[in-house]
Design a protein around this ligand. Structure first.
Ligand code: NAD
Ligand code: MG
Length: 380
């Protein structure tokens, strides 16, 4: 039995909790020791996880939450840390070999970069880090010679489609999109959307931010940028295709027009397990894909006029520099405002567009530039 030590940034989230299920599933096949975990404010769940997995360190975002957890865990030797410094301690725990980066949004950037500097392999769910700081992130991965395994179903699929073909010329990446809960609607049918409607995704159960991103198609826009950096391709060579059933998780088209696809039932446990066990493939306890049950798979062009966020993200990627940083920050703010009933559904894209139109791009940004642009847009 192979043993590996991991740490999880964002263990209380949708990805984090499923990752711990994968740890349970793999017991006896690959023994995964969880060395450190972190969460924002779900103290009850953090305590449960700490007692079950016995990590050395638990990180909590705010001080009062950390205090509360410290009291609860007083009968153990577990160290409770807080704030960004605490997250960095979780990310760099000395015996950890792989860090699962599954915090949502920009908050994941600095701890993930620190994990790379500490020579940890990275299982990356936090797509916003690649969107906001792609070049610096990929440079750091190379510099430190660590592995980067995507934990986004599409990117895990592309990664698998490229296996054994890395030296062959690819022609296109075909990035599949479910289309979200409002597929087929026009702008005038999206005026009165409530957050409750937007939070109902047809195929996936996920955290609130990514669920809204899936409804606006911003998620697919972010994934285009994510694919650009992960696989070193131009934005023009990434084609989005709506595939309602979420069975094909993405495809790669080669120069000879052969298309390789990866298929499985929609479950994030697949990409998580793939990252934890790579380069091996281990038995999964999940349900098998039954083609006869599914019957048919359908495909459509995405509607960029209705779902403007997709076009905006593509534009930010073509402009480059700090434009994707600005686009991402604006989207995080707009989604938070929508979830707070402060703006309407269509205003998310309008807000992102306004911020992009007034953003003064910095070419080849440093990490300081990126942190500053993100801060400036948040304080607007
Ligand atoms: P989630 O909201 O369910 O969980 C987010 C985690 O991050 C939680 O543990 C939370 O406590 C922590 N967190 C949130 N804000 C924080 C902050 N400011 N500082 C420190 N910790 C903070 O989100 P999720 O759905 O698990 O998504 C996590 C990431 O994975 C996102 O970047 C998302 O785009 C990506 N992703 C998710 C899915 C999915 O199915 N859920 C699929 C693909 C990619
Ligand atoms: Mg995805």
């Amino acid at each position: 039995v192979i043993k590996i030590n991991i740490s999880i940034l964002g263990s209380t989230g949708s990805i984090g909790t499923q990752a711990l299920e994968v740890v349970d599933d793999l017991k006896g096949i690959k023994d995964i020791t969880v060395k450190a975990i972190s969460g924002n404010r779900n103290i009850k769940l953090l305590e449960e996880q700490a007692r079950k997995y016995k990590p050395l360190i638990v990180g909590v975002s705010d001080e009062s939450g950390a205090k509360e957890l410290k009291t609860k865990l007083a009968d153990t030797d577990i160290k409770v840390v807080c704030g960004e410094e605490g997250l960095i301690e979780v990310a760099t725990e000395k015996d950890t070999e792989m860090v699962l980066s599954s915090i949502v949004g920009f908050a994941g950037l600095v701890p993930t970069m620190k994990a790379i500097e500490a020579k940890k392999d990275i299982a990356l769910a936090n797509k916003e880090t690649l969107v906001t700081a792609g070049q610096l992130f990929m440079d750091k991965i190379k510099e430190n010679n660590v592995r980067l395994l995507p934990v986004d179903s599409e990117h895990c699929a592309i990664f698998q489609c490229l296996e054994g073909n890395r030296d062959r010329k690819l022609r296109k990446i075909l990035l599949t999109a479910s289309g979200g809960p409002f597929f087929g609607r026009k702008r005038n049918e999206l005026l009165d959307i409530k957050k409750e409607d937007a939070l109902k995704h047809p195929n996936w159960s996920m955290g609130a931010k990514i669920t809204i991103d899936s409804a606006t198609l911003m998620n697919k826009g972010l994934e285009i940028l994510e694919a650009k950096w992960l696989f070193g391709v131009d934005i023009e060579d990434i084609e989005v295709i709506v595939h309602r059933e979420s069975i094909i998780h993405s495809m790669v088209e080669y120069n000879d027009l052969s298309v390789i696809a990866q298929l499985s039932l929609p479950s994030m446990k697949h990409p998580i397990q793939f990252a934890f066990t790579y380069p091996k493939r281990e038995i999964s306890p999940d349900k098998r894909l039954s083609f006869a049950e599914i019957g048919k798979l359908t495909f459509f062009e995405p509607d960029r006029d209705t779902f403007k966020c997709l076009a905006l993200a593509e534009r930010s990627g073509k402009v480059g520099g700090t434009m994707p940083t600005a686009m991402n920050a604006a989207n995080e703010i707009a989604v938070a405002k929508f979830l707070n009933d402060e703006i309407g559904f269509l205003e998310i894209a309008d807000f992102v567009e306004d911020v992009m139109n007034s953003h003064k791009v910095i070419e080849n940004p440093t990490i300081e530039d990126i942190l500053r642009v993100n801060e400036e847009i948040r304080s607007l």
